[in-house]
Design a protein around this ligand. Sequence first.
Ligand SMILES: [Zn+2]
Length: 197
Amino acid sequence: MLGWRVLLDKLPTKTNLLVRGVQLQHSLCELCRAHEENAKHLFFSCKVSQMVWNMCDRWLGVSTVHHVKAKSNFQHFHLYDLNSRQNLVWKGMWLAIIGEIWKHRNGIIFNHRKVDPREIFDQAQVAAWVWMKHKIPAMTFSYSDWYLSPHTCLKFMWFDNCVFSVIGKQTWRGIVKMRCTCAKAKVTKMQDSTYHI
Ligand SMILES: [Zn+2]
C-alpha cells in the first residue's frame, strides 16, 4: 500500500533509484524542479505539496503545522474534536493526498502533464469520498455534502456496528436522545435520520 511505502521510504523516488544504481536524466523533483526528489521532499516539504496541504487546511477551516517527516505528518493529521474512529476515517484523506501527489508526479513524467496543485487536491477530495463510500456502507452523505462540509460529515458519521441505546424519552417533535457504543457519544434520532452530536 502506498501509505506504508511512504512511511517506510520504500517508494521508487529518484533518490532511492539512484541508490540502487538506476541511471536517470536528472534527480530533481518533478513538481518544483528545485530540489532532489526524495519522499520527504516530494510529499511534505516541496512548495507544491505544501500548497496542497494548505488547501486541505482551508477546506477544513483549521490551521496546522505540517511536519516534513512522514510519520510525524501522518500522526498529526488528526482533528481533536473527532473520536478515534472518525479520525481513522480522516486519515483516509491523508492517504488520498499522498496517492494523488504520487499520481500527479507520475503523470508529469510519463504523460507530460502540467503541475497543478489544485488538481491534486480536487482529485484527493474525490478519492477520499469514494474510499469512504466503499469502506463504510452506512455512510449516507453525498459528495456535495463532503465537498461543502467535510467536518460535519466526519462528525456525524456512524458505523455499521454502532449500537444505540435510548437515554431519553421521545419529545413532541419526534426527537429521541440515544447513546452510541462507538464513541459513547450522544446521538439524536429525528424521524428517519440519526446523527452523532
Ligand atoms: Zn519539489
